[in-house]
Ligand binder design. Structure first.
Ligand SMILES: NC(=O)c1ccc[n+]([C@@H]2O[C@H](COP(=O)([O-])OP(=O)(O)OC[C@H]3O[C@@H](n4cnc5c(N)ncnc54)[C@H](O)[C@@H]3O)[C@@H](O)[C@H]2O)c1
Length: 485
């Protein structure tokens, strides 16, 4: 199987190549086979991309919002029409099952282009009346050239979630996908160009962290939006700060799910399944610390084990019946195996899984630990794999205190049938994205992002507009100018 792209980069409306850049292998996680190779961007490619995106920006921003929006909505339509092919590609890029990619990746990207395409014509400033007839009006203006840097778990979605609000506001973008999953963002760029985005408005360059680093330190760049880990976030935030650039940081998490005795057990198990095993556990907002009240702990564990034993269909990710794929890479699998070994060594009780099946691909079994305590490594560090930890608790106050006892603050959820408790607990969570009786949904209409070390700023929703534009104040005097001399 070969899914070689036309060329490695998409710049100024065309595929471009510079074979001087070192090779990055694209490995299909199901077979371990190299299915494509791309070249990392050389300094010449980076310069080409920055020059093109910078040159295209003024004209793009000068178009009406309605016109920009029409192009984004056309891109959404093309993405939906090509959902099958884009999903197959996303599955090769990531190893996530087609059953997931066909409903959660290009479709989510299309939602973003449709939503922000709809908003583009409605971006306005305001009129502020002042004493003596003077007034101020504000203009919402684009920031300029924005750099987007992606993680490997949702390549199409991340390229779209960053591109859609950026372009709606009149910015141009250079997107650098993760070196692990470089293919899908090229398709996003191709589709935007086909939909009518002028050359240079949305560009893709490949490379490792060093390519990302050189993009964000260029003085022509106004903003950087990163989706990645906390350690990378700290570096990118610091180097953006050197040039006082705007940032959005979508980083890692160690999110809690609190399940009270009165919760609907089946829904609570479903929420924990979605929050731990979807995308083989490679989701930033996963609720990997599952606090279960002591009264239903054993029932929860039994039902979770039953559902995993009977429901998981691990296999060829391109088979629509497969619902559990391999890890994205051999390296990520060995990191997760290391955490499972630590969990056992530190005294957690292995309830389900824990092994690596005897089959090709970077598979790891969905794994459940019980009797996990707050100080164990598996309860403190982001694992980014299918490892669920159950911690038990007695009281609401205790559950909230322990749930918040983490440097992260991306997501949190509560399962209960007590209405007032659900809202009380949600208010007490130190997390940017909270759920009541569900977990891990991220509709484009709602803000998504983290508190504490999990991030800065929000993606999706009307709020994202604030992160890709700034207000200019224009003071208008209707009177003579009074000066002291
Ligand atoms: N909050 C969110 O929305 C969200 C979504 C998905 C993933 N994530 C997080 O992403 C992480 C997994 O993804 P990953 O392993 O690809 O993350 P990572 O931090 O290793 O890499 C992310 C991206 O940053 C680039 N990069 C690395 N060093 C850089 C540097 N010095 N300057 C500029 N760019 C640099 C990488 O090449 C890659 O494209 C997890 O921590 C996960 O929680 C967060």
């Amino acid at each position: 199987m070969q899914i070689q792209p036309t060329a490695s980069h998409f710049i100024n409306g065309a595929y471009v190549e510079d074979t001087a850049g070192h090779f990055i292998d694209v490995v299909y996680p199901y077979t371990g086979e190299v299915v494509a190779k791309v070249h990392s961007a050389t300094p010449a490619i980076i310069e080409q991309a920055i020059a093109a995106a910078k040159a295209a920006q003024a004209d793009w921003a000068a178009r009406s919002g309605v016109e920009r929006g029409r192009i984004l909505r056309r891109a959404a339509d093309i993405m939906r029409d090509r959902n099958h092919d884009l999903s197959v590609l996303e599955t090769y890029d990531t190893g996530k099952p087609y059953q997931e990619t066909s409903v959660a990746d290009a479709t989510s990207g299309a939602d973003a282009f449709e939503y922000f395409g709809g908003l583009a014509g409605a971006l306005t400033g305001e009129h502020i009346p002042l004493a003596g007839g003077d007034f101020v009006y504000t203009r919402r203006e684009a920031l300029g050239l924005c750099v987007g840097i992606g993680a490997w778990n949702y390549p199409t979605q991340i390229a779209s979630w960053k591109g859609a609000p950026a372009l709606a506001c009149g910015n141009t973008m250079i997107f650098k996908p993760s070196e692990t999953t470089p293919l899908c963002a090229l398709k996003v760029a191709e589709i935007l160009y086909e939909a009518g985005a002028p050359a240079g408005v949305y560009n893709v360059v490949q490379g490792l962290g060093n390519v990302g680093a050189s993009l964000i330190t260029d003085p022509r760049v106004a903003k950087v939006s990163l989706t990645g880990s906390v350690p990378t976030g700290k570096k990118v935030y610091a180097s953006a700060a050197e040039g006082l650039r705007h940032v959005t940081m979508e980083l890692g998490g160690k999110s809690p799910i609190i399940i009270f005795d009165d919760a609907d057990l089946e829904n609570a198990v479903s929420g924990a399944v979605l929050g731990n095993f979807y995308s083989t556990g490679q989701v930033c907002s996963n609720g990997t610390r599952v606090f279960v009240q002591k009264g239903i702990k054993e029932a929860f564990l039994n039902r979770m084990s039953e559902r995993l034993a009977s429901g998981v269909n691990m296999g060829d990710p391109q088979d629509p019946d497969t619902n559990f794929g391999p890890m994205v890479s051999e390296n990520q699998r060995s990191i997760v195996q290391g955490y499972i070994e630590k969990g056992k060594a530190e005294g957690a009780r292995l309830v389900h899984g824990g092994g690596t099946p005897e089959k090709e691909g970077f598979f790891i079994e969905p794994t459940v630990f019980a009797d996990v305590t707050d100080d164990m490594t598996i309860a403190r560090e982001e694992i980014f794999g299918p490892v669920l930890s159950v911690l038990d608790f007695d009281t609401e106050e205790e559950a909230i205190r322990r749930a918040n006892d983490t440097e992260f603050g991306l997501a949190a959820s509560v399962f209960t049938n007590d209405l007032t408790r659900a809202h009380r607990v949600s208010a007490a969570f130190e997390a940017g994205t909270c759920y009541i009786n569900t977990h891990n949904l991220a509709p484009v209409e709602a803000p998504f992002g983290g508190s504490k070390m999990s991030g800065v700023g929000r993606e999706n929703s009307k709020l994202a507009i604030n992160h890709y534009s700034e207000m200019k104040t224009v003071y208008v005097s209707m009177n003579d100018v009074e000066a002291p001399f």
